[in-house]
Design a protein around this ligand. Structure first.
Ligand code: RP5
Length: 192
């Protein structure tokens, strides 16, 4: 284990051998507590594909398949993942459970389900006790979770960093075009 690294699972369950994607690029794991989360999480898959980031999508439940969820998290770093996105609504401790079993950064996506519309999931993820963080995005914030994962991978991958830079420039260009259009419209209307 690296100095200061978090423990990777319980004693006697060492992570498997290290693997990388065919391209050598780190993968992002998207773990959701139920297939019912998939309609929201498809936006994360699409965003990662925009950056050609290899992605693995899994349904692993902290309360229905806890052993599977923990084993996946224990193995994730050795399997070549660079970041984990955890999505859950009714059982939002999933993100914290995964974060407890891997040193990788875990990004939580609270899913809007149930009587509280996702507020319970948001608080469960964002209010993790000190020591095991979950980087939580907005309720149903699947795209931002993916973009945060891309930023994490970009720290150690020049290709991803280049794609991120181009994406940010394209976004800024769109805003500047909208600004020019709005300014032009109101300059004509207001006469300034
Ligand atoms: C959580 O409870 C899942 O992540 C999902 O958001 C919610 C409802 O799950 P299902 O009852 O639809 O399987 O565990």
């Amino acid at each position: 284990m690296r100095p200061n690294a978090a423990p990777e699972g319980a004693p006697g369950t060492p992570p498997g051998p290290r693997q990388e994607s065919a391209s050598g690029m780190k993968k992002v794991g998207i773990v959701m507590g139920s297939a019912s989360d998939l309609p929201v999480m498809e936006a994360a898959v699409e965003a990662l594909q925009e950056f050609d980031v290899p992605v693995e999508v899994r349904v692993l439940s902290a309360h229905r398949t806890p052993d599977d969820a923990l084993q996946w998290a224990r193995d994730a770093e050795g399997q070549g993942f660079g970041a984990v996105i955890a999505a859950a609504g009714g059982a939002a401790h999933l993100a914290g459970v995964l974060a407890a079993a891997t040193p990788l950064p875990v990004i939580g996506v609270p899913i809007a389900v149930g009587e509280l519309g996702g507020l319970d999931a948001l608080l469960a993820m964002v209010q993790m006790p000190s020591g095991v963080p979950v980087a939580t995005v907005a309720v149903n914030g699947a795209r931002n979770a993916a973009l945060l994962a891309v930023r994490i991978l970009a720290l150690s991958d020049d290709g991803v960093a280049k794609g991120l830079d181009e994406s940010r420039q394209a976004m800024a260009a769109k805003v500047r075009a909208a600004d020019a259009e709005v300014r032009g419209r109101f300059a004509q209307a207001g006469g300034s």
